[in-house]
Ligand binder design. Structure first.
Ligand code: PXP
Length: 238
């Protein structure tokens, strides 16, 4: 059965909208774990627009499952990761203007990513790279020494019309199968919601889904516990 890692960034977004003390992403993470999350994800961005350093450090102390730190491949972030020691680092591209991570990391451009991977792995931290479902990117992630990839599911989730959706999903399937052949772990995420997750029925190559916006949005209306349980239940039945 695939895992569910819950991204709590947007609890922090809500807090930062008022520069208030609440809602606290740590509280959300605890409730998510109690509701069945297999891990908690947060993205510490260079501009600290939502998650703060304090959140990452408290999450490390409080959560019982596993901490997945999304971060850009910068020396500042590597330093923080080595200090905090998450169970997994997911390397993501980051630009200041974007609303959220907009695409996978292009490993043709980031051709020295192996250095960052090595710096983390040499200190016992496994590394995943968030990439588009393209065979070349998967081979480059493998060559760079990544432990896992996270397949960017955003194009599929946003596709309109059956033909485009089918085409986008076929790329995800091929990517997951190729990655497994190369003995890479396979996570998937971005844009997944209570409808789009159903497409993954029978795709056993996915180890874990990383989901934030749809769960936090539902949580605002029905509560975090129910929002996580409902997603957990859908994943249990894939
Ligand atoms: N995976 C990665 C690498 C991401 O950057 C994000 C967004 O922070 C997610 C998964 C979760 O995406 P969403 O919030 O759309 O579920």
């Amino acid at each position: 059965m695939a895992g569910l890692a819950v991204n709590i960034d947007h609890i922090a977004t809500l807090r930062e909208a008022r520069k208030a003390k609440y809602p606290d992403p740590i509280a959300a993470a605890v409730i998510a774990e109690l509701a069945g999350a297999d891990g908690i994800v947060c993205h510490l961005r260079e501009d600290r627009r939502h998650v703060q350093d304090r959140d990452v450090r408290l999450l490390r102390k409080v959560i019982q499952s596993k901490l997945i730190l999304e971060m850009a491949a910068t020396s500042e972030m590597v330093g923080i990761a080595l200090d905090v020691r998450p169970e997994l680092v997911t390397l993501v591209p980051e630009t200041r203007e974007e609303v959220t991570t907009e695409g996978g990391m292009d490993l043709i451009v980031h051709n020295n990513i192996g250095e960052t991977i090595g710096a983390l792995q040499n200190n016992g931290i496994p590394v995943s790279i968030f990439i588009d479902p393209e065979p070349e990117q998967i081979k480059l992630a493998h060559q760079a020494g990544a432990n896992m990839i996270e397949i960017h599911t955003g194009v599929f989730c946003e596709a309109t019309g059956n033909a485009k959706r089918r085409q986008a999903f076929a790329k995800i399937v091929d990517a997951a199968k190729l990655a497994k052949k190369l003995k890479l772990g396979v996570n998937a995420g971005h844009g997944l919601c209570y409808q789009t997750i159903k497409a993954f029925t029978g795709l056993s190559e996915i180890d874990e889904f990383s989901i934030g916006h749809s769960i936090v949005s539902r949580a605002a209306l029905v509560g975090m516990d129910r929002a996580v349980r409902e997603m957990r239940d859908l994943i249990n039945h894939l």
